[in-house]
Structures are given as structure tokens and as C-alpha cells.
Design a protein around this ligand. Structure first.
Ligand SMILES: C[S@@+](CC[C@H](N)C(=O)[O-])C[C@H]1O[C@@H](n2cnc3c(N)ncnc32)[C@H](O)[C@@H]1O
Length: 317
């Protein structure tokens, strides 16, 4: 991988550093090492770091970038849904902080052959871990029209899920080859022109998001990570999660609220009832932290980022 081709800027880096509030010598896990932007910052703040990524390119780049700190860094291959097992394999049962900056990196998006972007010509792949699993094309080939439409609706909140699924099947059945460009064109053609011209985003945005989420099981792996956090954090430890779409943010918000003993749903008559659950965490962000206008201008990926943080109370779990 060419270093010159990487233009990754970590999102909300100052807020991450402030909320992480690292005491030198603490052990932190960066579950989404990527290009080690946040990892670098945590190390600069004095942490000892365990970095995880499921993408081999990211691990390779991060290993090189973090080489000057190699005495305080361990890099692991794997999916953060298996966090507890991955840490157990290196004899770690408790940590002081967990960070996850979930989703794809700008580098992954920019690589034609990864197939994440409708702006580039490539195979319909979309796997973050290219060493295993089904590609988006495999998924499209396997699913019925109805199942495909369900995924487009559920993970992309795409109002034209059914016409799009029909159009994709028609294209395939007619012998049309599917690459990122033909797929984007077929999706575009299935959305009525009157709607298309009013869209603020590319007509294929929602469908590509949906396929990517399905291929990488992004919501299920996030649930897996959230299951592990209370078991792995030492008392006083912090968890920070940055998400990039409302489906993920909703999951994080709900779980953090539960842990903090906040009722997620209002009771009868809209009143908020006291939670029957004893809080085990403190919410350090009542509302998610979002990027400033300047940061969004400098780094468009920051536009949809939402950062939430909790701190484990000093109780015995
Ligand atoms: C947005 S980038 C992280 C960027 C990083 N915070 C930085 O500052 O350079 C997301 C990274 O997380 C990885 N990733 C996403 N989901 C993952 C998962 N479930 N398990 C492990 N790695 C994951 C992706 O491969 C990608 O490299």
C-alpha cells in the first residue's frame, strides 16, 4: 500500500482525546485501528494500546505507522464482535478504555477494487475483511427479489426498495454484468425522475449503504461489541463509540442509556419513569458530540459522525 495514497484524518480527534482522558499507563483497545489516527493520539496521551482491525491493509499500515511505539502496541487481526475472545487469547480480561470508530475508512472507499463506492468502477465486493465472507455480488445473487428489497429498506431506509430490487433482478436475468457502475445505473433508473432530481444525495447512496451493512453485518457486530464492553471495562473505564448513520447511533444510544439506568421509552402519558435497573455506567455525553463546521469542511466524512461516551462506575460488576 502506498502511504501517499492515504488521506485519512481521524474524526473528532480532540473530543476523543478529551473524553478518553487517558492516564498514562492505562490500557486502551482501539477496535477499529484503520490508519491509526485515533490510536496515535491515544498513544501520545500515554496509553498502552491494543489495536484491532479486520482489514489486512489497515493492519499493515497501522503496524508501520505505530512502529516507533511498538513497546506499547499490540495489533490483532479480527472482528470486534469477538472482542472478548480476541483479548482472552492474549491473556487480557480487563481494560481501561475501548474506542470504536465504526464503518469504512476513506481509504477503503477510495479503492476501486473494494467496490464500496458508486463513484468508482470496481467489483461489487464491499467486504471490509477480504479474507472471508460473502461479497455484495454473492449476496445479490443469493437473495430473492423480496429479500433484497427487505435489506434495502431495512439498512438503507430506501423508499424505492421494491422497484430497485426488481430492476437489479431484471438486469441480472437479462444477462447484464454487475459492477459498481452498472449497479449504480440500474438503481438510479428504478427511482422516478421526479424524485431523483430532488435528491440531495446520489440515487444509489442508500442502496450501497444497505448492501455494505448487510455484507459486513454491521449492526449485529455492533451488538456483539456492546455485549462485551461491560464485561471487559475495569471500574472507572470508558467506552467511546463514533457512528456514521442513525441505525448505528440508535443502537449505541439505547444501550448506553440502559447501562446508565435511563429509561429509553417513556411510560404511560409520556412520563419518563425511573429505571428499575441500577446504573452501572455514567453517561459522559447526554447528546452525541458532532463535528464543527470547520472540521466538516476539512473532512467531509466528519459530517455524519456522532460520538457517544460512557464511564463504568466504580462498582464490582
Ligand atoms: C473509520 S476507520 C477507523 C479509522 C481510525 N479510527 C483512524 O483514526 O485511523 C474504520 C476501520 O474499522 C475497521 N472495522 C470496521 N468494522 C470492524 C469490525 N467489526 N471489526 C474490526 N474492524 C472493523 C475497518 O476495516 C476500518 O479500517
Amino acid at each position: 500500500m502506498q502511504e501517499a495514497t492515504i488521506h485519512h484524518t481521524p474524526v473528532l480527534a480532540d473530543a476523543v482525546s478529551r473524553l478518553a482522558c487517558v492516564t498514562p499507563g492505562e490500557t486502551w483497545v482501539d477496535c477499529t485501528l484503520g490508519f491509526a489516527g485515533h490510536a496515535h493520539r491515544l498513544l501520545a496521551d500515554g496509553a498502552t494500546l491494543i489495536g484491532i482491525d479486520q482489514d489486512r491493509d489497515a493492519r499493515q499500515y497501522a503496524t508501520e505507522r505505530l512502529a516507533p511505539h511498538s513497546d506499547r502496541v499490540q495489533i490483532l487481526a479480527g472482528n470486534f464482535r469477538d472482542l472478548q475472545t480476541l483479548l482472552a487469547e492474549i491473556d487480557v480480561s480487563g481494560v481501561d478504555g475501548i474506542l470504536a470508530d465504526i464503518g469504512v475508512s476513506s481509504y477503503q472507499l477510495d479503492q476501486d477494487e473494494r467496490g464500496f463506492s458508486f463513484r468508482r468502477l470496481g467489483p461489487v465486493d464491499m467486504r471490509m475483511d477480504r479474507d472471508r465472507g460473502e461479497t455484495a455480488l454473492d449476496l445479490i445473487e443469493r437473495l430473492s427479489k423480496k429479500e433484497l428489497a427487505r435489506i434495502l429498506r431495512k439498512y438503507g431506509e430506501e423508499p424505492f426498495a421494491h422497484p430497485i430490487a426488481n430492476a437489479i433482478h431484471q438486469w441480472k436475468d437479462g444477462g447484464g454484468a454487475l459492477n459498481t457502475q452498472t449497479l449504480a445505473d440500474v438503481i438510479r433508473s428504478a427511482i422516478p425522475k421526479g424524485v431523483r432530481v430532488k435528491l440531495k444525495h446520489h440515487p444509489a447512496t442508500r442502496s450501497f449503504q444497505a448492501l455494505r451493512i448487510a455484507v459486513n453485518e454491521e449492526l449485529a457486530v455492533l451488538d456483539g461489541l456492546l455485549d462485551a464492553i461491560p464485561k471487559l471495562l475495569n471500574p472507572g473505564g470508558r467506552a467511546l463509540i463514533i457512528s456514521f448513520h442513525s441505525l448505528e447511533d440508535r443502537i449505541v444510544k439505547r444501550r448506553f442509556n440502559e447501562w446508565a439506568g435511563r429509561n429509553v421509552k417513556p411510560g404511560p402519558g409520556g412520563r419518563t419513569l425511573p429505571s428499575p435497573v441500577r446504573p452501572t455506567f455514567e453517561l459522559l455525553t447526554n447528546r452525541p458530540i458532532i463535528a464543527s463546521k470547520d472540521e466538516c469542511q476539512a473532512n467531509p466524512r466528519a459530517r455524519t459522525a456522532k460520538l457517544r461516551c460512557v464511564k463504568k462506575l466504580g462498582l464490582v460488576a
